[in-house]
Design a protein around this ligand. Structure first.
Ligand code: PLP
Length: 414
C-alpha cells in the first residue's frame, strides 16, 4: 500500500470485518512510518514545556525539540503552585476519589473547584467532568432530544457534534452571521429547544467566534447559546476569562463549557450555567453519573491554576508578546495563516503530501509541529498546526521561524 494515495478517511468504512479492517489500516500505518511521515504519538520523556525531550520514532534516540503543539498555553502544568497544590491534595485525599460523584465520590475539593470555575466564568454554578470531551458530549446528549435542535458552526469541536447525535442538527457557515440568521429563520417555531453551539476559539484555525452577535441573534430568535471555551480560557479576555469577557458579554451566555486540560494545565471539563441547569446535568448526564469523580490531585492543581491566572497576569502577557512576534514574522515570510488571531497558528498549505513532507523536515530540524489533513480539515485547507506558550523564548521562536523558512522554501510554499 502506498500511503500517499490514502488518508484516514479511507479506513472508516472498508469492506472487511474488524480484523481485516485493522490489518488494512496497519499496512497504511507501516507505509507512513517507512516514508517518515508518521508524526503522531511522538513520545515525550519529560512532559509539556517550551522545549521537550521526545523519542525519535525513527532512530529511537531522545531529541530536544521546540514544542509547538501544546495547549498548555500558560505553562501551568509545571508551575510551582499547581504542583504544590496537587501534591497537597494527593496527600490529604489519596490518589483517587473512590466512586462516581453521585454515589460517594464527591469530595469537598470538587465542590470548591465547581464554585471557583462558576465565579471565574461569571455563572451561578458549574459541574466538573473528568474530560472536556465528556462534558460537551454528555451534557448535550442529556439536554437535547428528538423535539429539539442544535445549530452548529461547521467548525465546532467533535465533542459537540457527537453530543448532538440524539437531536436534530443544522450547520451554519463558519463564523458567518448571515448564514446563522438564515438557519434561525428556517427553524423558527419548529423545535422545542433551539441551542446554538460554537467554540469560543476554534481549535484548528485559532480564530474567535463573534459571540456578541451570536448572543444577539439568539435573543431575537428565541434560541439558547453554548460556547466551548477550551482554547479561550486563560488566553483571551482582559483577565483570561475567555470569549464572553473578550466580547464584554459576561453573564449573557446560557452555557459556558470548557476543558480543564489546556491553559489550566490539568485534565477534565466543565459546564457553567444557571444553578438549575447544572443541577439537572448532575442527575442526567451520563459521563457524570457513570464515571468516577476527578482525582483529588488534579482538582487541587486546578484550583491553584485558576488562582495563578487571576493573580499572575504576566504569563498571559508573555504569551501575547509571543503571539504578536510569531505572527508578524510568519506573515513577513509569506505564510498563509488563515484568520488566526490567538495562540493557535495554522499554516495553510492545501496539499496533504507537502504537509507531511514539511512536518518530516521540521522534525529533522527539532521542531515539533503537527500535520492536520483531510478528513480533519478539507483537502484544500490541509495545514501545519502550531501553538505557542508563554514560556517560549525569542530564541525558541527564532529557531522555529528559521526551520519553517528552510522547509517552506524547500517545498515551494513561500
Ligand atoms: C474545542 C475543544 N473542545 C473540547 C475538547 C475536549 O477537551 P479534553 O481534551 O479535555 O477532553 C478539545 C480538546 O481537544 C477541544 O479542542
Amino acid at each position: 500500500m502506498d500511503s500517499r494515495n490514502h488518508s484516514l478517511a479511507d479506513f472508516f468504512d472498508v469492506d472487511a470485518d474488524m480484523a481485516g479492517r485493522a490489518k488494512m489500516f496497519g499496512e497504511y500505518l507501516k507505509d507512513i512510518r517507512e516514508k517518515r511521515h508518521l508524526q503522531y504519538r511522538r513520545i515525550s520523556t519529560d512532559g509539556s514545556g517550551p522545549v521537550m525531550k521526545v523519542v525519535d520514532h525513527y532512530t529511537g534516540k531522545i531529541k530536544e525539540m521546540v514544542y509547538l503543539a501544546s495547549n498548555d498555553y500558560l505553562n501551568l502544568t509545571k508551575h510551582p503552585r499547581t504542583i504544590a497544590a496537587g501534591r497537597k491534595a494527593l496527600e490529604k485525599y489519596g490518589s483517587g476519589a473512590g466512586s462516581v460523584p453521585l454515589l460517594g465520590g464527591t469530595l469537598d475539593i470538587h465542590i470548591e473547584l465547581e464554585k471557583k470555575i462558576a465565579k471565574f466564568k461569571g455563572c451561578e454554578d458549574s459541574i466538573i467532568y473528568t474530560s472536556g470531551f465528556g462534558s460537551n458530549c454528555g451534557s448535550l446528549l442529556s439536554i437535547l432530544q428528538e423535539k429539539d435542535i442544535a445549530i452548529l458552526d461547521t467548525y465546532v469541536h467533535a465533542s459537540i457534534i457527537d453530543g448532538c447525535k440524539s437531536t436534530n442538527i443544522r450547520f451554519f457557515r463558519h463564523n458567518d452571521m448571515n448564514s446563522l440568521e438564515r438557519v434561525l429563520q428556517r427553524v423558527k417555531d419548529k423545535y422545542r429547544t433551539k441551542l446554538i453551539a460554537v467554540d469560543g476559539v476554534y481549535s484548528m484555525d485559532g480564530d474567535i467566534a463573534p459571540l456578541d452577535r451570536i448572543a444577539e441573534l439568539a435573543k431575537t430568535h428565541g434560541a439558547y447559546v453554548m460556547v466551548d471555551e477550551a482554547h479561550a480560557t486563560g488566553v483571551i479576555g482582559d483577565t483570561g476569562r475567555g470569549t464572553p469577557q473578550h466580547h464584554k458579554i459576561e453573564g449573557k451566555v446560557d452555557i459556558v463549557a470548557g476543558t480543564l486540560s489546556k491553559a489550566l494545565g490539568g485534565v477534565g471539563g466543565f459546564i457553567a450555567a444557571n444553578s438549575e441547569l447544572v443541577e439537572l446535568l448532575r442527575y442526567y448526564s451520563r459521563p457524570y453519573i457513570f464515571s468516577t469523580a476527578m482525582t483529588p490531585q488534579v482538582a487541587g492543581s486546578l484550583l491553584a491554576a485558576i488562582d495563578v491566572i487571576e493573580e499572575e497576569p504576566e504569563h498571559r502577557e508573555r504569551l501575547w508578546e509571543n503571539i504578536r512576534y510569531f505572527r508578524s514574522n510568519l506573515t513577513a515570510l509569506g505564510f498563509d495563516l488563515g484568520n488566526s488571531e490567538t495562540a493557535i497558528f495554522p499554516i495553510i498549505i492545501g496539499n496533504d503530501l507537502k504537509v507531511k513532507e514539511i512536518c518530516r523536515r521540521l522534525h529533522e530540524l527539532d521542531i515539533y509541529a503537527n500535520p492536520v489533513m483531510y478528513p480533519a480539515v478539507p483537502k484544500r485547507l490541509s495545514r501545519i498546526r502550531m501553538s505557542l506558550m508563554s514560556a517560549h523564548t525569542k530564541e525558541h521562536l527564532d529557531k522555529a521561524l528559521d526551520a519553517l523558512e528552510t522547509a517552506g522554501r524547500e517545498y515551494g510554499v513561500i
